[in-house]
Design a protein around this ligand. Structure first.
Ligand code: FES
Length: 124
């Protein structure tokens, strides 16, 4: 029911952990399943140089966090804001429909971390 890519990212997640002094941190949760995803971004000159995540959630949430961090590294903030849960799911070779909301969490976590970065930047 899960693609090989999903299983691979679940068993060897990329970029799991935390970035000290991150430029943007976003935390989102899903009220129904109770899972939480926290995303940390390091941003230099509008480019995402590092991304890490902490996900307290299901396997699909971990796999989508892992893939999402890989997809936004090296991207500009604007490009990363355009990341959709659909693109993450496609990169993972699909997800069962009952697990679609897990990928939505990844899209929202990236957006929340970028919004945090942008609001801090404005405050300077
Ligand atoms: Fe909640 Fe997957 S079941 S994020």
């Amino acid at each position: 029911m899960y693609s090989e890519t999903v299983m691979e990212h679940f068993s060897s997640p990329r970029n799991a952990g935390k970035i000290e002094n991150a430029d943007g941190v976003g935390e989102v949760g899903n009220a129904q399943c109770g899972d939480i995803m926290r995303m940390y971004l390091k941003i230099d000159d509008g480019v995402i140089t590092d991304a890490k995540f902490n996900t307290f959630g299901c396997g699909a949430a971990i796999a989508t966090s892992s893939m999402a961090t890989e997809m936004i590294k090296g991207k500009t903030v604007d490009e990363a804001l355009g990341l959709t849960n659909k693109a993450v799911m496609e990169a993972l070779g699909g997800l069962p429909s009952a697990k679609m909301h897990c990928s939505v969490l990844a899209e929202e976590a990236v957006k929340a971390a970028i919004e945090d970065y942008l609001s801090k930047k404005e405050a300077v």
